[in-house]
Design a protein around this ligand. Structure first.
Ligand code: NAD
Length: 256
């Protein structure tokens, strides 16, 4: 396994049955990691395991990242199965309620925060509890450029992603003493089932108005950044919100 960027590493990926999480699982496996996928969609898990041609180096658990007992069980299962936990990619997400602020129900706010802020907090907490006594590890949390600037996606989603960026920076400060790096990846417009299912032409036309780079963003673009942040090549990188957006932020977030 020498020469591979994640040789002998054990990784957990939440939301790993689709989109960015699935592309990252594939990339991690190609680089020699053992991968445990946590996802709440059983049908997607079955399809993902088939797509990954699952062998002994990949497994999956049905979990809800908003439930603390599920997240603790997920992280511990990686240790029970492969003896350690080196990488946690806290990535599960939903679109949630996208309406204007005067119409958002408080329950919809809570439901979005439960998955994307509470879920990332729980993943960071329970991964760190294992990584600290082990001597270190790498945590990557999925935020969004919507967590770095206003006007990308309506309020609730963006607020959850701003929470992820803040959590990441503070956890990076706190966990450095244990040699645990914590970074966020901030995708722009990425063609996955979450955002654009069935509306690819419309989404690409929208993307071209705000994003200078001519090609559509893909899950593989994000997976490459996650691989870097999770690997030892990023050994001195922590507390970073790493943007993967084809220049959308650099373009001054033009509204369409
Ligand atoms: P996706 O829908 O393809 O994948 C999300 C996965 O998360 C699904 O498999 C889903 O079953 C799982 N999931 C949702 N809620 C869960 C829960 N409570 N517990 C466990 N699993 C759960 O979407 P994606 O685009 O790959 O999204 C991945 C992450 O990237 C999300 O956090 C999303 O907010 C973020 N993101 C996406 C884009 C984009 O344009 N696609 C842009 C910025 C950020």
């Amino acid at each position: 396994m020498t020469g591979l960027r994640l040789a002998e590493k054990v990784a957990v990926i939440t939301g790993g049955a689709s989109g960015i999480g699935l592309a990252t699982a594939r990339r991690f496996l190609d680089e020699g990691a053992k991968v445990l996928i946590g996802d709440y969609n059983e049908a997607s898990i079955d399809t993902a395991l088939q797509a990954l041609a699952a062998g002994d180096d990949v497994a999956a658990l049905r979990v809800d990242v908003a439930q603390e007992s599920d997240v603790a069980r997920l992280m511990q299962t990686a240790v029970d199965r492969w003896g350690r936990l080196d990488i946690a990619f806290n990535n599960a997400g939903i679109t949630g309620a996208l309406g204007p602020i005067m119409e958002i129900e408080a329950d919809h706010w809570d439901a979005s925060f439960a998955v994307m802020a509470r879920g990332v907090f729980l993943g960071t907490k329970h991964a760190a509890r294992i990584m600290a006594p082990q001597g270190g590890g790498a945590i990557v949390n999925t935020a969004s450029i919507a967590g770095l600037a206003g006007g990308v996606i309506p309020t609730v989603y963006s607020a959850t992603k701003a929470a992820v960026v803040s959590l990441t920076r503070n956890a990076a400060n706190e966990l450095a003493q244990y040699r645990i790096r914590v970074n966020a990846v901030c995708p722009g417009i990425i063609f996955t089932p979450l955002m654009h299912s069935g509306r690819e032409d419309e989404a690409l036309a929208t993307a071209r108005q705000v994003q200078p780079w001519p090609d559509a963003g893909t899950p593989e673009h994000v997976a490459s950044a996650v691989l870097y942040l999770a690997s030892d090549e990023a050994a001195f990188v922590t507390g970073e919100a790493h943007v993967v957006d084809g220049g959308y932020l650099a373009n001054g977030l033009l509204r369409v």
